[in-house]
Design a protein around this ligand. Sequence first.
Ligand SMILES: N[C@@H](CCC[C@H](N)C(=O)O)C(=O)O
Length: 286
Amino acid sequence: MNITLEKYHGLGNDYLIFDPNKNECRLTKENIRLICDRNFGVGSDGLLVGPILGQDKLEVKILNPDGSEAELSGNGVRIFGKYLKDAGYVQKNKFVISTLSGEQTIQYLNEEGTRIKVSMGKLSFYSDEIPVTGPRREVLNETMLFGSIPYRVTCVNIGNPHCVIWLNDISKDLVCRIGKHSENAEYFPERINTQLLKVLDRTNIEIEIYERGAGYTLASGTSGCAAAGAAYRMGLTDPKMYVHMPGGVLEVEIKDDYSVLMTGEVGYVGRFTLSHEFAEQVKALQ
Ligand SMILES: N[C@@H](CCC[C@H](N)C(=O)O)C(=O)O
């Protein structure tokens, strides 16, 4: 049996869909790393395994390119929503999917399903919910050392863990330098996604991203929500804002109870059927 993967991207954050109803291969850390490898494999910022069909549930498993599992991915969830429509799994305009972090409501905003709104769940700034080590508290504007350099950090969970560093100048180079240390810093028992945040005005922020298990990415939905949440919590923005990332713009709205709505685009790249030779390498690692 061939192994086929569908490639999509959310603002340049690319994912491969492995549909378990159409493929027979056990995924392991080792073969996930190989498939996602940009030189020796197909290449992607992650793998979405689904739909895993349960009682009335459309479940998706989100895997990072290092083989670890993430609780949630904002771009991943929009991409999965588009795949469900393209592959004929859903006919409704609004429905619920389930991830490791809970349930998300997906809504198509256009006929093609390329513009999607997602209810992402609630932001939490509490240390035990992110998680961050130390006594229970909201982790707001605390000093943390990454590679011996102090940064002011606000931490937040939106299904998965994030640390947001508010700066006037942000760049790919800087987020990579910080991210290499912050991702595995001792403060974060589950590791962490890192964002550098620049506030442009009360309705526009800009971020650079270093993802847990993936490294530098052009966009991240949960990062956009986390940075927007941190900016709003610190009183720097209104609750509704545009999040500018190197790959494009997301719209994020924070409700009074800190639940978050995220809206953005999805693009379909195409279907990849693995060559016999490469499929054998993947299967050898299962
Ligand atoms: N690209 C993502 C986030 C994917 C998961 C992340 N790397 C983690 O480990 O938490 C997004 O769009 O949110």
